[in-house]
Design a protein around this ligand. Structure first.
Ligand SMILES: [Zn+2]
Ligand SMILES: [Zn+2]
Length: 1017
């Protein structure tokens, strides 16, 4: 007996059942045991930030990772299955700040950095656990409990080594530059954090006068959208070769920017250069001694503003560069929280936004304001807290990128990207990448091991914990982990003898994630340390080992990694940077990347819009298999529309597989069928075809898995299930009714094989059905069975049947177009093309219910041509009537190129409307190469057969409604009006399992149970 299936699958329940069974039977452990020592397949997990529960988009990447790991394991590969958690940096810090209600760095320091670090660790531990549960529910098989955590001391030490290497190569420097700064987070951001982090914001738009010195009544007019920068103005820039004009009102503009003005004087920009002017806020202490002057700048845009640009070197990147060229003073108005310094008088202590009003009022009072309005523009915001960014001068630690650029491009050339055009995206990023800003003025992050010496000027970069211990002058006893504040209390000795303190900055979180191909694999580690990775903040959270160098040799580089496309400038970049620095090689051989997840209507998901679906909701309401199927079907280079609508559609599609298995189980149980290793008899042609088709599926799926191309998996599987259900089962129904063991065996074999190859995509449903169908000597889980090895196939047979299915599809379409239902037999069918379907003419006839099938040219088509009136009317005038009648009568000749000859005239293709349609009495459908035409005329014989088929359909529906078993025999009573159908009594009996058919004075057909007859099948 096969365990019977319910009518419909309860995905959620069966997934819970399988999860519990996997655990109870240690299926994953057994799989790992089986594959131990097999050929390694290196997969490196990009760490997920343990800062929140997963969103639906996380399930996408996690699905892809699991699909290909499961496939490789089925192939016998040995895998590491190590999951990673990202644990420090702004994400976690801002999460904890919100939790604690803190909103500035001052408040964090009042709270206490040690306590704050503790809360960060607790948050990571909490969400690591939640994420683990969610991944398990998704079906992700990982070595849970031996995860890597990027805040482990081991991870940090490996980054220290990398930084020391950068320092030894002379790449490390402290930049004094204008940087994009988040005033709320109190830190600068790096280039890769800025991309895509923009919002449409409304800002003031001011036109302001700068009165010229020594030219009474004349002013420069500048335009700005950042009024807060005016108190730090030191210069005004003009384009040297542009034309500037003085208006009759005394204002200087670029002529091009003010075309309506009356200019009383015109000069070239260079003639204004050197001119001094009165600054807008000269009375502020900060402005003391500043001489404001006009400078030349070729980059001044004449597409917006006035053509005269206000320059504040402390508030803008380009302004800062100009200060170097023209030796301008640099006034830095705001502190790291974005508040004005003391030297800014009435603005002191206020934020950049708060000073906008007072700035405008003051300009207005002094008659310097030409116009004040507002502008909506794209403006950079903090990727973490959405605060508008400002420019500030900061001293950030940087790693020079120029020397590593070419080696990284060379390394990327060795990587196989899927889809392949992303390789170019990576190249573009590498070509344009600036120096890497690695410092953040924050608390819970990688402590930069930089110890500058004021006495000798040397910078010491500590490369390991041992080195720190060796150089420390104290504080080691309180160093519980390599984090602030503890690390800051360990001063070290400089080679010159001076005592040094660490710089206060922490590191960019992408250093944490980028080092994992080294830190987790034991690069250059002499001795394997059990649980050796579980150091510092990670102690107690993971049991991960620190392997030895031989292990690194075995597993580096990773065969495959997979993350979202934005990781090109993040994780793919940072690990490539670090790996090329340390080894000269790419850390991965192939990459699968994918785009963004949107809601089902194509909008971005946002909590506040009410359209976000998190992983928990998705898993609870949709179930893992359907989610995984959706992600796999999607072409990864396009954004994915995720939601309950698409999920319901997939659930509906999966019913075909379910119903096919259920059909098999029901009939196999009726006949007491048990599958053996060999076919229990002689295969019929259709059986041979299904077996070949099954081989073809295995080959197509293997190929798609090898290419990391999931859409091809789903296409192959869908098409197979359609063939199995809508061709093999439908065409073999009668054999199943008769308990044909060969048909049962063939169907069983095809189903079992298909479960094996779809297992990685839908692991729960596959194992659930496998457990019901498997042969007694087969493994208890589909994931422990060996992968079906592809073998040579009968391509001719496969092609023939594919053509037959195509003809049948077109035939159905033709009947449908003519509104003739499939139960109405027809006389004749002509097929043009699809020659290889010819040996299967009988099957086509049966499927399409036609008496004769012919292969040859279809002449059932006629071409009708009508005049295109808007064109031909004016052209032909009176002659139009005659042309029209000739066309209607078919008295025309079609010309090559689409034109027509009629009435002695040649008409161009656009002058006529050509319509091809079937001749009367025919229905027709065609695709590129095949045309199928069927006669639509009915005679008495055909009508009678149509009525018989209607009756059979009706009786079988009645059987179903009455809940009869498949083998139950019935007695049928028909109304006298149907007596003429008894001519086909035997046919009807056979189709509805009737022992007897009679007529009586009933108004509708009736059926009556005869009692089941197990022998009589
Ligand atoms: Zn921020
Ligand atoms: Zn020194």
């Amino acid at each position: 007996m096969f365990e019977p299936l319910p009518q419909y699958p309860d995905h959620l329940a069966l997934e819970e059942e399988i999860l519990a069974w996997w655990d109870a039977e240690h299926v994953f452990d057994r799989l790992r045991e089986r594959n131990r020592g097999g050929p390694p397949f290196g997969f490196m997990d990009g760490p997920i930030t343990a800062n929140n529960p997963m969103g639906a988009h996380h399930c996408w990447g996690r699905t892809l990772k699991d699909v290909f790991q499961r496939y490789k394991a089925l192939q016998g590969h040995d895998l590491r299955y190590q999951n990673g958690f990202d644990c420090q940096g702004l994400w976690v810090e801002v999460g904890v700040e919100r939790e604690l209600g803190l909103n500035s760095k001052r408040e964090i320091e009042e709270y206490g950095i040690a306590e704050f670090a503790q809360r960060c660790k607790e948050r990571v531990a909490k969400y690591a656990e939640i994420i683990t549960d969610q991944c398990r529910r998704l079906g992700m098989w990982m070595d849970w409990g031996n995860d890597y955590y990027t805040f482990s001391d081991t991870n940090i030490e490996y980054i220290w080594r990398f930084l020391k290497e950068c320092h030894e190569r002379g790449w490390l420097y402290k930049g004094h530059r204008s940087v994009e700064w988040c005033p709320r987070c109190g830190t600068s951001l790096s280039q890769h954090e800025l991309i895509n982090s923009y919002a449409e914001l409304t800002h003031p738009s001011l036109y302001v006068r700068f009165p010229l010195e020594g030219r009474k009544g004349e002013s420069l007019v500048v335009w700005t959208t950042t009024p807060w920068t005016l108190p730090a103005n030191v210069a005004a820039a003009v384009k040297p070769d542009a034309e500037y004009g003085l208006t009759d009102g005394g204002d200087w503009w670029a002529v091009e920017r003010n075309p309506d003005a009356t200019f009383v004087r015109r000069v070239r920009g260079e003639e204004l250069v050197g001119q001094e002017y009165e600054g807008p806020f000269d009375s502020l202490p900060a402005q003391e001694g500043v001489v404001h002057r006009v400078i030349p700048w070729d980059e001044v845009a004449l597409t917006e503003g006035t053509g005269i640009v206000h320059i504040a070197p402390g508030c803008g990147a380009e302004d800062f560069e100009l200060s170097r060229v023209h030796d301008l003073p640099v006034l830095t108005p705001i502190d790291e929280a974005g508040n004005f310094y003391r030297e800014y008088g009435e603005f002191e202590g206020r934020s950049t936004q708060d000073v906008e009003g007072p700035v405008v009022v003051e300009l207005e009072r002094r008659g310097l304001l030409v116009e004040a309005g507002s502008i909506v523009h794209r403006y950079p915001i903090c990727w973490r807290c959405s605060t508008s960014l400002v420019f500030r001068i900061a001293d950030d630690w940087m790693i020079r990128a120029d020397e590593i650029r070419q080696p990284m491009l060379d390394a990327n050339a060795t990587v196989q990207w899927t889809p392949d055009f992303y390789s170019k995206r990576m190249d573009d990023w590498l070509r344009n990448m600036g120096d890497w800003n690695i410092s953040r003025s924050r608390y819970f992050g990688l402590p930069l091991p930089f110890y500058p010496c004021d006495s000798c000027g040397r910078l010491t970069v500590v490369g390991s914990l041992d080195e720190l211990r060796g150089r420390a002058t104290g504080g080691l006893e309180q160093l519980k982990e390599l984090h602030r504040p503890w690390i800051d209390d360990v001063p070290i000795r400089c080679d010159c003898g001076a005592e040094l303190k660490r710089v206060p900055e922490v590191g960019d979180a992408w250093l944490d994630a980028g080092i994992v191909p080294f830190s987790t694999l034991g690069w250059e580690n002499p001795e394997w340390k059990e649980h050796g990775y579980a150091t510092g903040a990670a102690a107690g959270l993971t049991g991960a080992d620190l392997p030895d160098h031989a292990y690194w040799e075995k597993w580096f580089p990773a065969h495959w990694v997979s993350e979202m496309r934005e990781q090109i400038r993040l994780w793919f970049y940072s690990q490539c940077f670090m790996s090329v620095t340390l080894t000269g090689k790419s850390p991965y051989l192939s990459v699968l990347t994918y785009e963004k997840l949107l809601d089902e209507h194509g909008r971005e998901m946002h909590r506040s819009w009410g359209n976000a679906i998190n992983a928990a909701e998705a898993l609870q309401n949709i179930g893992a298999d359907v989610i995984r199927f959706m992600f796999c079907e999607h072409v990864p280079s396009q954004n994915l529309k995720f939601g309950y609508g698409p999920a319901a559609e997939i659930r509906r599609r999966l019913l075909t597989l379910w119903n096919s298995v259920k059909f098999f189980v029901d009939y196999a149980n009726v006949g007491g069928f048990r599958p053996g290793p060999e076919v229990p008899g002689e295969l019929q042609p259709l059986d041979r075809w299904l077996l070949e088709r099954t081989e073809q599926l295995a080959a197509e799926m293997t190929d798609a898995y090898e290419r990391y191309w999931t859409p091809a998996l789903i296409r192959a599987f869908d098409s197979f299930v359609d063939d199995l259900s809508n061709w093999y089962i439908r065409r073999s129904r009668r054999r199943f009714w008769n308990g044909d063991e060969v048909a049962l065996w063939t169907l069983w074999y095809a189903l079992v094989r298909s479960l094996q190859v779809i297992g990685p995509v839908m692991p729960f449903l596959a194992d659930y059905l496998w457990r019901r169908l498997r042969a007694e000597d087969a493994t208890d889980s589909v994931f422990l069975a060996p992968w079906p090895e592809p073998r040579a196939r009968d391509e001719q047979l496969l092609h023939e049947v594919a053509e037959v299915r195509r003809v049948v599809e077109l035939g159905r379409q033709a009947r449908g177009d003519a509104s003739i239902k499939l139960r109405q037999p027809l006389r004749r069918l002509v097929v043009q093309g699809a020659r290889s379907a010819q040996p299967h003419a009988d099957e086509i006839a049966e499927e399409l219910r036609v008496k004769e099938v012919e292969f040859g040219p279809v002449e059932a088509m006629e071409v009708r041509v009508k005049p295109n009136l808007p064109l031909l009317g004016p052209k032909l005038g009176k002659e139009l009537g005659a042309v029209r009648s000739a066309l209607e009568a078919g008295e025309f000749e079609q010309l090559a190129g689409g034109g027509v000859r009629v009435n002695g005239r040649e008409l161009a293709p656009e002058e006529v409307l050509v319509e091809r349609r079937p001749r009367a009495g025919w229905a027709l459908a065609e695709d590129d190469a095949v045309t199928v035409a069927v006669t639509t005329e009915l005679d008495d014989e055909l009508r009678l057969e149509g009525r018989v088929l209607d009756l059979i359909h009706q009786l079988n529906s009645m059987r179903k409604d009455a809940g009869l078993a498949l083998t139950d025999r019935i007695r049928v009573t028909l109304p006298a009006s149907l007596a003429d159908l008894l001519e086909h009594a035997d046919w009807i009996k056979e189709e509805v399992l009737a022992t007897e058919i009679a007529t009586d004075s009933v108004s509708e057909p009736e059926i009556e149970l005869q009692g089941s007859d197990p022998e009589g099948v």
